[in-house]
Design a protein around this ligand. Structure first.
Ligand SMILES: [Zn+2]
Length: 274
C-alpha cells in the first residue's frame, strides 16, 4: 500500500508529467472490484472529466489530490498497486480501475491491489470526505514539532492505552504512516511494537519523534519504498531494514536474529535486542 512518501512521489511525478494535459476521455474500471470506492457512475465520470485540464497535484497523508480544471478534483486515497503513465502509442494494461486518455495520445491508468478510493469531487467538497476532513498533522507538516507530538501523546493517553504500533498504524493518528514504514520507525526508535506508550521516558518520546520524521523524510528523498513502484513502474529507492526479507536473518545493528510476530492486524518484524 502507498504511504505518505509514495503519495508525495506520485504527486511530484504528476506535476512533472501530466500537469496541463487535457482529458479526451475518462473511464472508470473495466475490472470489477468491490473494494474500489467510487463515488460516481461510469457515465457520470466520463461526462464530468471530458475536456478538463490536469492541475497541480498534491499529497496529504495517504491521499493524492489532482485538480481537474475547471471545477473538479480527482482523489486517490488509501490505495496501493499501480498508478501509471503511458506515453502516446504505449500499450495499455488490460485491466484498470480508472483510465484517463489525454488529447495528446498519452494516458494514465490505475489498478489498486487491495482497496482504495478513486473519487471525483466538485472542487472544495473533497475536504468534507471522511478521513480527509479533520485530518491530523502529518509528519512533514511544519506544525509536526516535538511539542505537538508530545502534547498529542498526552492527550491520546488520557482516554486509553495504546502501544507504539497502535500509534503508528491505527486510526490515522499520524496520517500517512502505515504498517510498512512503522517497522523501520520502531527499529530506529528502539521500541518494541507492543511497548506501551504510557510510560515512555521523555528521551524515548524524542527518539520516537526523531525516528518518525527522519524515516519519512529519508523515504521521500529516495522516491518511496522499493516494494512499491512509481508513475513509470520503477521501484522506489528505499529498502526497508525490517520486513519479511529480514525475518530470521541477523539484525543489521547487533546481529541477533530478527523475529516476526502477528500483532494488530499485520506482521511485525523486529530485533529482540534493539
Ligand atoms: Zn539488533
Amino acid at each position: 500500500m502507498f504511504e505518505l512518501p509514495e503519495m508525495i512521489t506520485l504527486a511530484r511525478q504528476f506535476n512533472e508529467t501530466i500537469q496541463g494535459k487535457i482529458i479526451r476521455e475518462g473511464t472508470l474500471g473495466n475490472s470489477p472490484h468491490k473494494f474500489v470506492w467510487y463515488n460516481r457512475k461510469p457515465e457520470e465520470f466520463t461526462r464530468l472529466t471530458r475536456k478538463k485540464t490536469i492541475g497541480k497535484a498534491y499529497a496529504k497523508g495517504r491521499w493524492l489530490f489532482t485538480p481537474l480544471e475547471p471545477g473538479y478534483i480527482l482523489v486517490f486515497g488509501e490505495c496501493g498497486g499501480k498508478i501509471r503513465f503511458h506515453s502516446a502509442g504505449m500499450k495499455l494494461p488490460e485491466k484498470y480501475h480508472l483510465w484517463l486518455a489525454f488529447e495528446d495520445g498519452s494516458a494514465l491508468t490505475t489498478l489498486t491491489q487491495m482497496w482504495g478510493a478513486m473519487e471525483l469531487y466538485e472542487a472544495g467538497t473533497e475536504k468534507e470526505r471522511k478521513y480527509v476532513k479533520d485530518m491530523r498533522m502529518t509528519p512533514i507538516d511544519p506544525g509536526f514539532t516535538i511539542d505537538y507530538f508530545s502534547g498529542f501523546l498526552d492527550e491520546l493517553l488520557q482516554g486509553e492505552k495504546r502501544s507504539v504500533k497502535s500509534l503508528l498504524t491505527q486510526d490515522q493518528l499520524i496520517p500517512g504512516l502505515g504498517n510498512a514504514i512503522a517497522q523501520d520507525i520502531m527499529f530506529y526508535a528502539h521500541l518494541h511494537p507492543r511497548r506501551s506508550l504510557s510510560n515512555l521516558t521523555s528521551g524515548q518520546r524524542r527518539d520516537l519523534y526523531a525516528a518518525i520524521t527522519d524515516t519519512v523524510h529519508e523515504i521521500i528523498d529516495k522516491g518511496g519504498r522499493n516494494d512499491e513502484s512509481d508513475l513509470f513502474g520503477k521501484p522506489g529507492g528505499y529498502v526497508r531494514l525490517m520486513d519479511s526479507a529480514a525475518a530470521g536473518k541477523p539484525c543489521p545493528e547487533c546481529g541477533r536474529t530478527v523475529e516476526k510476530i502477528q500483532y494488530l492486524g499485520g506482521a511485525c518484524y523486529f530485533c529482540p535486542k534493539c
